[in-house]
Design a binder for this molecule. Structure first.
Ligand code: ADP
Ligand code: ZN
Ligand code: ZN
Length: 721
């Protein structure tokens, strides 16, 4: 009986392809070359079977086996298969998306271990032959190798590359591959943990296997110190730790802190890596060489040879959700992986997601609390600045400007937070009321003054700023409202001589630039930082004592059901940047709605009170986490076709236990020239939703317009945009 290999290929089809096994056996999880159409492709063996629905005689054999040792181990492959099913994304794309680009081809794995040399027989003879005259360097080289093989780097440091090449040319030394250096231990000691930190660390270290822990600690309470303690314990047991952080938080400073404190090789995985670096980091995790893997979202797919712990820092952060293609949520996958690996997982945040809080309430997660800031730091005082009847100076109220002036006079730092980049969100004609809109979207164009462009932040459309109104020809074009670029200008004018630093996507293009800018922020001296939510997390800013949130109201009036949760998280996270050292901090919230009920709850009871209130509301309204959503998004240039497609999709969704909402226009009904609409699927039960989705997607794929409509499915969407 021949074995049949079920092979995943990187194609957008939700199926596997059957091949006959060739002469070389192929293990599940290995790459193979297979004939596909008229070409050959690289696939990954997802399973073996002895039954196929095709004529076995006519199945083609695999052409070649690329990996002797599977590239994806059993656990990782199983988790990826689970994710493919759960998020309804084709397995081939899921598997190939999980491995570094360089490994997606049929290239064999780079040789394992480190290049080095061993003493050859000729070398031993030369060393002991008193009659031979040798250079002192060659002598030193041979003597060192008499004690055992050394790496090329060590030898070159000792005797120089010339001596090494010379000895190799004479056949005195042989090239070998050395096993990677074992993880060094040590590292520098940190502060003594306070009792709450110690209890938290011990709870996790005491877990016999899988256990999910929510480390719910106010900003600056020393969550990272708890992670470091638990990781140290994990390393001492010769296990690896996988640590996920939001993209913006993975800075050289963070890496340094982990490397210095733990004294091991920390493999970093983030979007700024070259393909070679990414492959090396991935393989060092897979081989167990890296003690710690520190990475952003996609690092959740790293194979771990000796898994011991998973940490997800800032677990509420929405950057853990992939927003296109394979739409997985790295935090949720992390919990599934921890369970499969039977290791503890720690989810940390000062502002936990409502999902995680609901999991605590249901008894699925253990909550560990850190209630106080570490060291001497005091919690910041929150102050509402009522904007009604105030005369604003480009968005800033007089009390705000006074507080900034006082802070600067004390030689302290200020953070002015505004979640909108550019100069002004609207360009308006004062004569006729025309305003600049994106021709392809339903949105105003943002004015960027620095390069005199109008840009659409939704589709990338841009144009020069017109000199005159295109409708009436008038010259009274006014910039209305303010973005970070304008705030920077205002603050520079107003506080002459004080450095003003703007941090947003426009000033941090490219990782190098971004890291350099962020690295310079903690320095002492008066300074005003203006920025978007990029500034809400990441660095410790010890000299920051005042935070101004310019536009609270934008979050209060959003239609997304998660908007209040997000706003609360954002305010608390930004506030947490203030007063992290000995000096107390103040947060000023500018708002036209000082009496807003949710704002009141946040001010009186903090994030925990707000979260309780929001959970209550979600329960009453049957919204996640008390209901399960899947969102079908679709767009097309032909509106009638879009309506036809979604109408049919909604009808096909009639099913017990499933509530269908829509078709509805998307919150942004036109983008990049296409009309957009959606169907929202709701169920009170996750497994009911999971049972329903595959059949529904099959029905969608069979719809006549399917190929002319761009559609996607998003399971557990984080926004309904
Ligand atoms: P979080 O991750 O909760 O924001 P960190 O772990 O970064 O907090 O700690 C905030 C600051 O407090 C850091 O400068 C850290 O060195 C310090 N710190 C943390 N724990 C302690 C402790 N037990 N004693 C003294 N300082 C501490
Ligand atoms: Zn006009
Ligand atoms: Zn646009």
């Amino acid at each position: 009986m021949t074995s049949i290999l079920r092979v995943a290929l990187p194609v957008p089809l939700p199926k596997l392809f059957d091949y006959r096994e060739g002469d070389t056996p192929a293990a599940v999880g290995s790459r193979v070359r297979v004939p596909f159409g008229r070409n050959e492709r690289v696939g990954i063996v997802a399973a073996r079977t002895d039954a196929t629905e095709f004529d076995e005689e006519r199945l083609k054999p695999v052409t070649a086996v690329v990996d002797e040792v599977p590239l994806l181990d059993g656990e990782l492959l199983a988790t990826l298969r689970w994710a493919s099913r759960y998020y309804q994304h084709p397995l081939g794309e899921v598997l190939f998306g999980a491995i570094p680009i360089r490994l997606r081809a049929a290239r064999a794995l780079p040789q394992q271990g480190i290049a080095g040399f061993a003493l050859a027989a000729g070398g031993r003879a030369a060393l002991t032959d008193p009659a031979r005259r040798r250079a002192a360097r060659t002598d030193a080289l041979l003597a060192a190798l008499a004690d055992g093989p050394r790496s090329t780097a060590q030898l070159d440091a000792l005797a120089g590359a010339a001596a090494r090449r010379n000895a190799a040319a004479r056949g005195w030394i042989d090239p070998v591959r050395l096993a990677a250096a074992p993880a060094t231990t040590g590292g520098s000691p940190g502060p003594t943990l306070n009792p709450q930190q110690r209890d938290a660390a011990e709870a996790v270290m005491g877990a016999p296997g899988f256990g999910a822990f929510l480390l719910d600690g106010v900003t600056g309470s020393g969550k990272t110190e708890v992670y470091l303690e638990v990781i140290r314990d994990c390393l001492a047991r010769a296990r690896q730790a996988l640590v996920l952080v939001p993209e913006i938080a993975l800075t050289p400073q963070t890496l340094r802190r982990f490397r210095d404190r733990l004294g091991v090789d920390v493999a970093a995985l983030h979007s700024g890596l070259g393909e070679g670096e990414r492959e090396r980091a991935w393989l060092s995790a897979a081989r167990g060489e890296a003690g710690v893997v520190l990475g952003t979202r996609s690092a959740i797919w790293v194979p771990l040879a000796r898994p011991g712990l998973i940490v997800v820092d800032e677990e509420h952060d929405t950057s853990y959700k992939q927003q296109d293609g394979f739409r997985y949520h790295a935090r949720d996958v992390a919990v599934v992986r921890a369970k499969a690996l039977d290791v503890p997982i720690m989810l940390g945040s000062a502002t936990p997601s409502l999902e995680s809080l609901a999991n605590v309430a249901a008894g699925r997660y253990n909550r560990l609390r850190l209630d106080h800031r570490a060291g001497l730091a005091q919690p910041p005082a929150l102050r509402v600045v009522d904007l009604r009847h105030q005369r604003l100076q480009h968005g800033l109220a007089v009390p705000t400007l006074e507080a900034i002036a006082a802070c600067v006079a004390r030689d302290e730092q200020v953070l002015v937070f505004k979640n909108r980049r550019g100069y002004a969100p609207v360009l308006l004609c004062h004569d006729c009321g025309w305003s600049a809109h994106c021709p392809d979207c339903d949105r105003a164009l943002t004015l960027h003054r620095a390069d005199a462009r109008l840009r659409c932040h939704h589709c990338g459309f841009e144009q020069r700023v017109p000199r005159a109104c295109p409708t009436c020809g008038g010259l009274a074009l006014n910039a209305v409202g303010e973005g970070t670029e304008r705030l920077e200008e205002i603050l520079k004018q107003r506080f002459d001589g004080v450095p003003v630093v703007r941090v947003d996507r426009d000033t941090t293009r490219g990782r190098r630039l971004r890291d350099a800018l962020l690295d310079s922020l903690p320095d002492a001296g008066a300074r005003i930082l203006v920025g978007t939510q990029m500034l809400a997390k990441g660095h410790d800013l010890p000299h920051l004592t005042l935070v101004v949130v310019v536009g609270v109201d934008e979050g209060l009036y959003s239609i997304d059901f998660r908007a209040s949760e997000r706003l609360g998280q954002l305010i608390v996270q930004v506030a947490g940047r203030a007063g992290r050292a000995e000096r107390p901090g103040t947060v000023m919230l500018q708002t036209h709605a000082p009496d807003n009920a949710l704002l009141g709850v946040l001010l009186d009871g903090g994030y925990r009170a707000l979260a309780q209130r929001l959970l209550q509301e979600r329960r009453e309204a049957s919204l996640p986490p008390f209901a399960q959503f899947a969102l079908l998004r679709a767009e097309a240039k032909d509106k009638a076709m879009l309506e036809r497609f979604l109408g049919a999709a909604a009808r096909a969704a009639a099913h017990e236990g499933i509530v269908v909402h829509g078709p509805l226009a998307a919150p942004m009904p036109r983008r990049a020239g296409a009309d957009r609409a959606q169907v929202l699927i709701e169920s009170s039960d996750r497994s009911m939703l999971q049972a329903f989705l595959p059949g529904w997607l099959d029905a969608l794929r069979a719809l006549p317009d399917e190929r002319r409509v761009r559609w996607s499915i998003d399971v557990d969407p984080v926004d309904l945009y």
